[in-house]
Design a protein. Structure first.
Lengths: 423, 370
């Protein structure tokens, strides 16, 4: 009886081995290195280019991921409707990663064989695929302003890294406002984002010798900001850099107001969200309890220009596209960022098509030789060269104003402080 | 094979053999993305098999499993990345160091049980995260750090690596998959033998009722400590493999949610069973990715993202299982086998396997019960 059982097992194993042998290499990555208008994610017959989008459409970062995705999608829908890029249409392959590195890697692997470029949301998520992206030479636009992206030739960030933004904002206080002995503090989230901001703060301190009166930090997930705010109040900080996420940033301003402490809060870009002002981020919705405090006290280092900014040449086009393809969308800085990022992607693809090489190596070579890409004034022009450098060093400082759409009113033209060159 | 299968009834033997055959062939059918999901599932299954020893077999509820994963990952990072040692060293070391922590924590379970123990193990995760966030030399701090690829001699599992055996090309994902599968097989073999050993029976007795177990001569202290050690050893190996495969990780990832996912996996699969944790892991860790692929649940049609849908399904499954079938998927399987129309076939099978005398005894027993 036992031999009978063994025969069954053997038969199954044999079957498995046949399956192994027969199915060949289903999992090997096809990285075609052939030149010309072909490559992964390129369909020359239908003239279609596929771009992968890994976005946090649900999970803790969905409030940022969704509008960013709207920006990306709107740009490409409009661009395709306008005839695409020299007749080539762009198809987006979007997946939700829930802001989980593991999901991000899985979805990346799922799409990598069929994409020519990638939009990748978030720092920890993008870091999880960085080695693969480097090895497969896929030009990737990270939605993150971490300074470390500037060192990787494959990555194409737009906007100003956190460290430079913070240093520039302090430069504004010390040199432009002439407050040489300003009492400055910083509240930062204890992660890569907060640490990068702190790096800029320390660089500014070495250069400008302002009064570094207090530093406080909190962990992701903390909700009570009382001790951090109290620390700033006790130290008598007049200016406080806030490198936090919107929920914490709102809590910081609200706690300050209830303690009767209203310094100049200077928000790092990701700390700001229009929903801090009204229920849904539009002007006519119900104001939040901290609306007044924000309007009185807060500056924001903008990630993009203000919503509807008439001075930005590309804004009118974007507003038309949003009205057409995402009419429900409330003013949101991440829509502008997603849109501007796609302008950069389109510029690279256009040049790559002209050069006749849409292989991954070809697109990467094109990216590295782009020099300066104009983003229609939505975000400061992006620089992509062979020498690693930040995409831009310009900071946009704005005040909070309930009277304008998106609630941010520029304080000064985009500027660069003296320390930022070293960062 | 025969050694492992000895003692199983024939249908179960065939089921296991089929499952292994399927697992071995899987990478050659799956797409690159599917293989990545499968690899994460197999790696997680190693950890779930570990937690099952503690929570399923010994009845000690632990929400601290993520802590042991973090310990394993940290050992991998320090030995593999910082000291450039081979995976032959850091992979077992990850398990051993995690097991040492398990032995340290184990005695807590001597004084506490049930919910109280669960709360203490929550503390473990919080303390672990706090240490990792602040001892940046090991963990890279809140920003996280890179983890080493598995290296064996001069061969590494880096992106772009390919291994060709007899015309078959296995890439990085496949390499991680097969390595993890081999470790999972060893873990299952070990746990199966443990279940049938004196210690394993002691564990079950402790899970049933501690007082009775101690009256029967089971040494409660050492049994619980061994359960913690085995559980955290496998947790550590799982954490090291997970971080290595992910190549980059942050302390924030080893959070309570991860612990709860492991707990959910063994509950859904079937606590205290051998196959349960593996099946449960496939559901809990594989479902979000698989659901995202289903065309009818696209965001346009439902207004929900794949992540939200997976969370709804996941919560529903836990409630349904706890209410209807606390023994999980494996319990359902058992129930199906006991369905009346299957009974006759099963009896025939038993008669074939064990000989004709046994069914007679069985029926006599039945009569006595009646």
């Amino acid at each position: 009886m036992r031999t009978h059982g063994h025969r069954n097992v053997l038969a199954l194993l044999t079957l498995a081995l046949i399956a192994l042998a027969g199915c060949g290499t289903g999992s090997s990555n096809s990285s075609s290195s052939g030149k010309g208008l072909s490559g992964p994610g390129i369909d020359a017959k239908t003239k279609t280019i596929t771009i992968g989008v890994l976005a946090a459409l649900s999970g803790p970062a969905a409030a940022i991921g969704q509008p960013w995705d709207v920006g990306v999608t709107t740009f490409w829908k409009a661009q395709n409707a306008r005839g695409g890029i020299d007749g080539w249409k762009v198809r987006l392959q979007t997946q939700d990663d829930q802001y989980q590195p593991q999901m991000h890697v899985e979805e990346y692997q799922r799409m990598v064989g069929g994409i020519a470029m990638l939009d990748s949301f978030g720092s920890p998520t993008t870091l999880a695929i960085k080695q693969q992206v480097d090895q497969q030479k896929i030009v990737t636009f990270p939605l993150s302003w971490d300074s470390l992206w500037t060192k990787d030739p494959v990555l194409a960030p737009i906007g100003t890294p956190y460290a430079i933004d913070t240093a520039n904002a302090i430069d504004y206080v010390v040199n432009r406002l002439g407050d040489k002995h300003a009492r400055v503090g910083i509240i930062y989230q204890n992660d890569a984002y907060g640490q990068d901001s702190l790096r800029g703060y320390e660089a500014a301190l070495r250069a400008y010798h302002f009064n570094d009166v207090a530093r406080a930090t909190y962990n992701v997930g903390d909700t009570d900001m009382t001790s951090q705010v109290q620390k700033m109040k006790n130290a008598g900080a007049q200016y406080v850099i806030v490198a936090a996420l919107p929920t914490n940033a709102g809590s910081i301003v609200g706690t300050g107001a209830s303690l009767g402490y209203n310094p100049r809060w200077i928000f790092q870009g990701p700390a700001w969200l229009a929903q801090l002002m009204t229920a849904d981020g539009t002007q006519h919705a119900k104001p939040t309890p901290i609306e007044g405090a924000l309007a009185k006290t807060t500056w924001v280092m903008q990630l993009a220009t203000s919503w509807g900014d008439p001075k930005a040449p590309g804004m009118a086009q974007m507003m038309r596209d949003v009205a057409r393809y995402a009419p429900q969308q409330a003013p949101n800085q991440y829509v502008i960022v997603g849109y501007a990022q796609s302008i950069a992607a389109a510029a690279i693809l256009k040049k790559a098509i002209e050069s006749g090489d849409l292989s991954r190596q070809g697109i990467l070579n094109t990216k590295l030789s782009m020099g300066t890409i104009d983003l229609g004034g939505l975000v400061s022009p992006a620089q992509y060269t062979r020498t690693p450098q930040p995409s831009t060093r310009l900071t946009r400082l704005a005040t909070v104003d309930p009277a304008v759409p998106g609630f941010l009113k520029p304080l000064a033209a985009p500027f660069e402080g003296s320390v930022s060159q070293g960062l | 094979m025969s050694l492992r299968l000895r003692g199983l009834t024939r249908p179960r033997r065939v089921t296991w053999a089929a499952a292994w055959a399927l697992s071995l062939a899987l990478p050659f059918w799956l797409s690159a993305g599917g293989l990545t999901t499968a690899t994460f599932v197999v790696i997680a299954a190693i950890g779930a098999v570990g937690l099952n020893v503690l929570t399923g077999m010994t009845g000690q509820i632990s929400i601290g499993h993520a802590f042991f994963l973090a310990v394993g990952a940290t050992v991998a990072a320090v030995l593999g990345a910082d000291h450039g040692l081979s995976a032959v060293v850091w992979l077992p070391a990850a398990g051993v160091v995690a097991a040492l922590f398990g032995v340290l924590v184990g005695p807590i379970a001597l004084r506490l049980s049930g919910l109280y123990l669960a709360v203490v193990t929550i503390g473990l995760v919080l303390v672990g995260q706090h240490v990792l966030l602040n001892v940046t030399a090991f963990s890279g701090g809140p920003a996280g750090r890179t983890f080493p690829p598995v290296t064996v001699g001069g061969f590494d599992f880096a992106p772009g690596q390919q291994l060709a055996i007899a015309g078959l090309v296995i890439d990085r994902d496949g390499l991680y998959y097969f390595l993890s599968l081999a470790i999972l097989a060893l873990a299952l073999l070990f746990v199966r033998n443990l279940m049938h050993s004196r210690t394993g029976r002691g564990m079950r007795a402790v899970a049933q009722r501690e007082l009775v177990a101690s009256l029967m001569g089971v040494r409660i202290a050492s049994t619980k400590v061994v359960a913690f050690a085995v559980s955290s050893f496998l947790g550590g190996v799982c954490g090291a493999l997970y971080a290595s495969y992910l190549s980059y990780a942050q302390p924030a990832q080893c959070d309570l949610q991860l612990s709860i996912q492991f707990l959910a996996a063994i509950i859904i699969g079937g606590m205290g069973t051998l196959a349960g944790p593996v099946i449960g892991t496939a559901i809990v860790f594989g479902a979000p990715s698989l659901l995202a692929q289903l065309p009818f649940v696209s965001q346009q049609s439902t207004g929900l993202t794949s992540g939200e849908l997976a969370a709804i399904l996941y919560g529903t499954l836990i409630v349904v299982f706890l209410v209807l079938e606390p023994r999980g998927v494996v319990g359902i399987w058992g129930r199906l086998q006991r369905r009346p129309n299957l009974v006759r076939r099963r009896q025939r099978v038993d008669a074939e396997t064990v000989g004709s005398a046994v069914p007679a005894l069985d029926s006599k027993e039945e009569e006595m019960k009646v």
